[in-house]
Design a protein around this ligand. Structure first.
Ligand SMILES: O=C(O)c1cc(=O)[nH]c(=O)n1[C@@H]1O[C@H](COP(=O)(O)O)[C@@H](O)[C@H]1O
Length: 271
């Protein structure tokens, strides 16, 4: 998928919503535990109930890896289900990978070739040769952690260099020189909306993934105000705030209501 196609989807649906699929068997409706594959059954119902309101899905691999082989099989079924039934949705494997070059290449193959995701989240800490292997795939994107939504973001990402730059600003600036950097997107937490003006000075054209509305309290309006660019350039993720709206028989319907609330706010902002 290209960013132009993603922009098209945003305009058509009047939505830049990404639904996070963080499937936790302790939180899903108990009646689904009787299913042969409760993880897939839950995710499929959420996808079917929300697909027209969002442009992206982001399964966080931790929630699947936690269940071993069964979890990975469910993840594979989910990405196949999305690619077969909703091929216009942008898919994000939230795996936060990154390693020495040859290892990064294997991670890239795992998520782009074997599982056929459109993108994968990457920790930039190991630098150029750990990131560039993810940028070699046509139509695929590496989403680098720049300024994350959590409190610990202050520990390293906000530290100041001797030149007076914050570390996350250096991440944005330096990675723009990487080979095929047009295949980079960045994570900026929705809880850090006030930093988006600075972010946009450095990466005016890149798509930003902003997780942290809903359960973490980030503001959709603020992210839009400071983070939008000419192509909108934003994907706003909510996971728990949507998928665990109810743990009764009506869970998919309630998830749809929560997604619709966000989509309607987005439609208003897009005008
Ligand atoms: O890369 C991410 O998606 C991510 C980055 C970040 O800075 N903060 C953050 O919350 N996330 C992920 O986004 C999702 C947020 O979930 P909720 O807080 O339930 O909406 C989780 O899967 C997190 O791992």
């Amino acid at each position: 998928m290209t960013t132009t196609q993603l922009h098209q989807q945003i305009l058509e649906k009047k939505s830049f919503l990404c639904v996070g699929l963080d499937v936790d068997l302790e939180k899903i409706p108990p009646h689904l535990l009787k299913e042969e594959d409760p993880i897939f059954a839950f995710a499929k119902a959420i996808i079917d109930a929300t697909h027209d309101l969002c442009v992206a899905y982001k399964p966080n691999t931790a929630f699947f890896e936690a269940y071993g082989v069964k979890g990975w099989v469910a993840l594979e079924k989910i990405i196949n289900y999305l690619n077969e039934n909703y091929p216009n949705h942008f898919t994000i494997a939230d795996a936060k990978r990154g390693d020495i070059g040859n290892t990064s290449t294997r991670y890239a193959k795992a998520f782009f070739e074997d599982l056929n995701f459109d993108s994968v989240t990457i920790a930039p800490y190991m630098g150029r040769d750990s990131v560039e292997p993810f940028l070699e795939f046509d139509g695929k994107y590496a989403i680098l952690l720049a300024l994350t939504s959590n409190r610990g973001a202050a520990d390293f990402q906000m530290t100041e260099s001797q030149q007076g730059n914050l570390l996350f600003e250096d991440v944005l600036r330096k990675t723009q020189d990487y080979k095929d950097s047009d295949r980079l997107m960045y994570v900026v937490g929705a809880t850090k909306a006030s930093s988006l003006t600075e972010v946009r000075k450095i990466v005016p054209d890149s798509f930003l993934l902003a997780p942290g509305v809903g359960a973490q309290g980030g503001s959709l309006k603020e992210v839009y105000k400071y983070g939008k660019n000419e192509l909108v350039g934003l994907l706003i993720n909510s996971s728990r705030g949507i998928i665990y709206a109810s743990n009764g028989e009506d869970f998919a319907e309630k998830a749809r209501e929560k997604a619709k609330e966000l989509q309607e706010q987005m439609a208003e902002l897009l005008g």
